[in-house]
Design a protein around this ligand. Structure first.
Ligand SMILES: CC(C)(COP(=O)(O)OP(=O)(O)OC[C@H]1O[C@@H](n2cnc3c(N)ncnc32)[C@H](O)[C@@H]1OP(=O)(O)O)[C@@H](O)C(=O)NCCC(=O)NCCS
Length: 171
């Protein structure tokens, strides 16, 4: 993979159809997300609204990784607008399986951390990672996230419960 061709940037409403396609793809590539393709029933218009909702606040971000005109990664930081919670962002991230292990996920989270630091609003980033998602756990640990707790029965997939860890990064 030629990293010079990797573009990481905030999403805009024109990206909505390709983001939906990406989410459907990654949803079926692993059992490490909270959804699979069958769950993605939202329309392009609804996805556009989600992008706009992120863009219209100063403590949330929906961004993508593009490689050779294809969206290969999508991530978002969601945050409350309540004054007492505005400093906390929750991460979601997915990279197309074909590109796993190439440093894309790491670059995306570094991008997010830099964005949050510049904004000076988000001072804590949280995430939930399934305990058997070793790759993601190692990635977060490498970027400075610490395990803060455990969550029993975090997911229920095909009749099986999965436990998860809470991880957090203080900026
Ligand atoms: C988790 C995910 C986003 C990581 O993206 P990625 O582009 O593969 O990650 P990177 O290539 O940047 O990985 C960087 C580091 O993560 C760790 N890592 C990643 N995959 C790993 C694996 N399978 N085993 C061990 N460590 C792994 C390593 O520390 C690696 O650093 P190194 O290359 O210096 O060894 C991607 O695998 C993915 O989308 N998975 C499916 C959805 C998912 O699990 N989302 C997260 C839910 S919490």
């Amino acid at each position: 993979m030629n990293h010079d061709k990797l573009i990481i940037r905030p999403a805009n409403t024109n990206d909505a159809p390709r983001i939906l396609k990406h989410l459907k793809t990654v949803g079926d590539e692993s059992d490490f997300l909270t959804f699979n393709s069958a769950y993605i029933k939202i329309t392009v218009e609804e996805e556009e609204e989600i992008i706009t909702a992120h863009n219209s606040t100063d403590n949330q971000l929906l961004f993508i990784a593009e490689y050779e005109a294809e969206i290969i990664g999508v991530s978002n930081l969601m945050a409350s607008q309540k004054p007492r919670l505005r400093h906390i962002g929750d991460i979601g991230i997915s990279v197309i399986q074909k590109y796993w292990g190439n440093g894309v996920g790491g670059k995306m989270i570094e991008y997010l951390i830099n964005w949050a630091k510049k904004g000076e609003i988000i001072t804590k980033i949280n995430l939930i990672v399934q305990q058997d998602n070793i790759g993601a756990y190692k990635l977060y640990e490498k970027l400075g996230f610490e395990k803060e707790g455990e969550l029993r029965r975090a997911l229920f997939i095909d009749g099986v419960y999965y436990d998860a860890y809470y991880m957090g990064l203080v900026l």
